[in-house]
Design a protein around this ligand. Structure first.
Ligand SMILES: [Zn+2]
Length: 82
């Protein structure tokens, strides 16, 4: 597989890896982890993968996720103002 190899028992993702988008989806949104928040997504990424610019990549990916953006707004909406 081009751009994918093992590094310290984690999967190393190169900058040009064509699977990057797929991996982002896997760590941020999969059946067991539905649109995780940034911290959780990052932890999951660190546990399984190693790639350059991980934080930036995750941030950018999550900024493009409509569902996450919507949930974030709902979760951070001040409560007790009804
Ligand atoms: Zn999402």
């Amino acid at each position: 597989m081009g751009g994918v190899l093992l590094y310290k028992r984690r999967i190393y993702i190169s900058k040009e890896c064509p699977f990057k988008g797929f991996i982002m989806q896997f760590i941020h949104n999969s059946p067991t982890i539905s649109h995780a928040r940034y911290e959780r997504t990052l932890r999951r990424a660190k546990n399984n993968f190693f790639f350059v610019g991980m934080k930036t990549n995750i941030k950018n990916y999550m900024m493009q996720c409509d569902i996450y953006q919507r949930e974030k707004v709902e979760n951070t909406r001040p409560s007790g103002l009804l």
